[in-house]
Design a protein around this ligand. Sequence first.
Ligand SMILES: [Cu+2]
Length: 71
Amino acid sequence: MPLQLWLGMPGHLIVRSADGVHLAHAHGMPTEGSALRFTLTLPELGRYLAWAQYATGGRLVTRPFTMEVDR
Ligand SMILES: [Cu+2]
């Protein structure tokens, strides 16, 4: 399903370090098909909690995930 703009952007990403010290926000750029690409520079290696948010089919979708930054 095609992406729709949400708050003026095709996608939003909130990333928080596991210890809560760092918080980052990035906007997604559309790619081929319905994928989103986020570019983000994080201050430290380690585990981060993330939430990607986008709109499609007339509804808002929030996808939580964790990621391990090791390089
Ligand atoms: Cu945003």
